[in-house]
Structure formats: structure tokens, C-alpha cells
Write a protein that binds this ligand. Structure first.
Ligand code: ADP
Length: 177
């Protein structure tokens, strides 16, 4: 399954590059120092230009399991939400912190009155969160927020590889049926 409705909001799964997505906000898989990384963070800063890093430096820090918001520089999106997933260590709090990163992003989108937001698969690259464990947490947390959201109409998960997309499709089928 690659699309489902929760409340008045749609949740979509696509394969692609999040730096090319037009949405009110795209979410970055940031580190807690909000300092340059590889993966999706590197791609967002390369494509968005130096204003995003300047705003990140001014904010300075973000707790693991939380998120901050900046403008989006040259990207087609209006905002970048920088969310910090945990480094996976197989601890019980990993799931809580991963869910927290998604929930904080949804709250920021709501506070800014945004209608559309796009997420990458937070934590499942360099931070090592197993994809099949992360996907249900990601989708479940976002679906719960969508059900009661006043302004968010569309959440897109932009998965980088076919294997990532397949894992999220399996998780969405379980969640929505
Ligand atoms: P983390 O440190 O939170 O694990 P990473 O950036 O290493 O973050 O990886 C998160 C996910 O983002 C991985 O699945 C990776 O393949 C994916 N990714 C990397 N570049 C992009 C991109 N341009 N668009 C969407 N997803 C991307």
C-alpha cells in the first residue's frame, strides 16, 4: 500500500530525492549539533545553499527526539524542519526518541500552519535504525498526528531506495488494514 487517509489528511509513500520535493516543509535527518553531515543532510545543504546552515548555527543545538525549523534557501520547499533521530543502540528508548523526532516535526508544521510536509526515513541511514523497526514507528506517529491535525492535509514519505519504499509499503499495509 502506498497511500492511506487518516482523519482529513493523506499519507503518501514515494521513491525519490527529497531535495526536489515541493512541499510547505521538508524534514532533514539532522544531528544534535545541527552541523553538516552526510546522507540526506548533506544533500539538503548542498541543494539549499548556505542560508540554511547559517540559520542552523544561530539555533545551535537540537535535542535527540526533537526538531527545529529554518527557511529552505534555494529549495522548492518553504521550510526545512531539522529532526534528530537517535543513534540506534537497541535500547527501549530508541523507539520513543524516533517517534519524538516525527512528532516534534508534525507539531512544528502545525504551529506554522503548514498544509504539506515531506519526510525522509529518519535514523535508518548513518544512525543505523533497522528499516523494518523504524517504518511502523514513523508511519504510526505521523498517522496519529494526522488524525487530529487542524491544517496538515498531506504527508509524503520520500524514500531514497526501492528497498526503503518496500519496507514502508509493508508497514503502511499493516497500519491501515
Ligand atoms: P540518519 O543519520 O538519521 O540515519 P541519513 O541521512 O544517514 O540519516 O539517512 C536517512 C535516510 O535518508 C536513509 O534511508 C538515506 O538513504 C536517505 N536519503 C539520503 N539522501 C536522501 C535524499 N536526497 N532524499 C531522500 N532520502 C535520502
Amino acid at each position: 500500500m502506498s497511500e492511506a487517509t487518516f482523519g482529513r489528511g493523506r499519507l503518501l509513500l514515494v521513491q525519490g530525492d527529497i531535495t526536489r520535493v515541493t512541499a510547505d516543509a521538508i524534514v532533514n535527518a539532522a544531528n544534535s549539533a545541527l552541523a553538516g553531515g552526510g546522507g540526506v543532510d548533506g544533500a539538503i545543504h548542498r541543494a539549499g545553499g548556505p542560508t540554511i546552515a547559517r540559520e542552523c548555527a544561530a539555533i545551535g543545538h537540537c535535542e535527540t527526539g526533537s526538531a527545529v525549523i529554518t527557511s529552505a534557501g534555494n529549495l522548492p520547499a518553504r521550510y526545512v524542519i531539522h529532526a534528530v533521530a537517535p543513534r540506534y543502540r537497541g535500547r527501549p528508548e530508541d523507539a520513543r526518541l524516533l517517534a519524538g523526532a516525527y512528532a516534534a516535526s508534525m507539531r512544528l508544521a502545525e504551529e506554522h500552519g503548514l498544509k504539506s510536509i515531506a519526510f525522509p526515513s529518519l535514523g535508518t541511514g548513518a544512525y543505523g535504525y533497522p528499516l523494518d523497526e523504524a517504518a511502523p514507528i514513523a508511519l504510526g506517529t505521523v498517522a496519529e498526528h494526522l488524525r487530529t491535525s487542524r491544517c496538515i492535509e498531506k504527508v509524503t514519505f520520500v524514500l531514497f531506495s526501492p528497498a526503503d519504499l518496500a519496507a514502508y509499503e509493508r508497514a503502511l499495509t499493516k497500519l491501515a488494514t
